[in-house]
Design a protein around this ligand. Structure first.
Ligand code: SF4
Ligand code: SF4
Length: 360
């Protein structure tokens, strides 16, 4: 299998969250919509909708929405466990296999999978876009290695999508990923290497593409990473460093061919943001495109980050013997795909109980 590289770098300023971070009357707003006038009307309308975790959202839950906000707020004030760091620095300094040690440390901190890859420019954003303070600054990241890891989203909480439990679970896992990446960075720096943490709102990288390159999964029709054992029920974090580590091989889970017949995510997407038909070329990558404006408009309508396309994916079932056997069959035998899908529909149903009407 060959990795598909984007044919150009993505500018973080063009991502949905960066676009939504622009405020009228700021220089960044003026700059962005002078350059991208075609997005001004739709973005102004989206910005005018109630914010996520806001009482006006359909699935607002005072307790859960507040807890979610608290996790997001805490991400920038994480206290690193210095005892863990000191012990880990020693391990890294005396150990013979740094890759094995980093995997062990990441797992101790709560990661469920870890992969390594060389860092190519195509996966690095060209310019900063999320915050006004450094808006538009070119990103210069010359670390040769990326350590990419996954944290698991709880199965039962994800089954509540698109209600408030899902954004609370997202917030918890973004927080966990931030702790892991910041702790690993502290270990690497104290061991004498340069390192940078990439976590919620502080990414210089396109993480799903990087996770695929690090051998952690495939891209699904839902445009989200599909990982072994967890499907789309994961969040991604990363650390880049000047410590040279051998890249992992790409993996094939059978997801690309399974997605062609499944379409469960696209059928159940309340905003019809996912592609029901064929792939097309997006920035040089042959993939199923997502209408990000429609997706995000639904998030603002309900006040959560939805998550239906993660929850309904047949690859996202529990990590247990039975489902891992089905995953193994799908990975190794194409003939099993229709059979697996038939039983998935029979046991879990084709549709969620969500019947929200979506106003574009
Ligand atoms: S998060 Fe929800 S609205 Fe967005 S693509 Fe997935 S199912 Fe559709
Ligand atoms: S729900 Fe089906 S089509 Fe969508 S990503 Fe999962 S396997 Fe692919």
């Amino acid at each position: 299998m060959k990795i598909q590289l984007p044919d150009r770098q993505v500018d973080e300023r063009d991502t949905m969250f960066a676009r939504m971070a622009r405020c009228k009357s700021t220089a960044a707003y003026q700059e962005y919509y002078t350059r991208r006038p075609e997005l001004k009307q739709i973005d102004d309308r989206l910005r005018g909708m109630p914010r996520l975790m806001n009482p006006q959202g359909k699935y607002y839950d005072p307790e859960k929405s507040e807890q979610a906000q608290n996790y997001f707020d805490a991400i920038d004030n994480i206290e690193i466990n210095q005892e863990f760091v000191t012990r880990s620095v020693q391990e890294l300094k005396v150990g013979k296999n740094p890759k094995k040690i980093i995997i062990k440390l990441a797992h101790e901190l709560g990661a469920v999978a870890v992969g390594f890859t060389d860092l190519v420019e195509a996966f690095i954003y060209s310019h900063q876009g999320r915050f006004d303070e450094n808006y538009g600054q070119p990103i210069n990241l010359d670390h040769p290695t990326a350590i990419v890891f996954l944290v698991e989203m709880d199965f039962d909480r994800m089954q509540k999508a698109p209600r408030a439990e899902t954004i609370l679970e997202s917030a918890r896992q973004y927080y966990r990923a931030a702790v892991i990446s910041q702790t690993l960075v502290a270990v690497l720096i104290q061991a004498g290497y340069a390192a940078k943490a990439h976590y919620d709102a502080h990414y210089n990288l396109i993480l799903p593409a990087l996770a695929i390159k690090a051998g952690l999964g495939e891209l699904g029709r839902n445009n989200i990473l599909i990982a072994d054992k967890y499907g789309s029920r994961v969040r991604i974090g990363a650390v880049t460093t000047d410590l040279h580590l051998e890249s992992d091989a790409l993996v094939s889970l059978g997801a690309d061919t399974f997605c062609r017949i499944c379409k469960k995510c696209a059928k159940n997407c309340p905003s019809h943001a996912l592609e029901m038909d064929e792939k097309s070329m997006v920035c040089g990558i042959d993939k199923w495109p997502t209408n990000v404006e429609r997706c995000y408009a639904y998030w603002r309508q309900v006040g959560t980050d939805c998550g239906i396309c993660m929850a309904v994916c047949p690859f996202s079932h529990r990590n247990n013997r039975f489902h891992n056997l089905i995953r193994w069959l799908i990975r190794n035998f194409k003939w099993s795909h229709r059979l697996a899908l038939f039983f998935d529909d029979l046991i879990y149903g084709q549709w969620t109980d969500n019947n929200d009407s979506f106003s574009k």
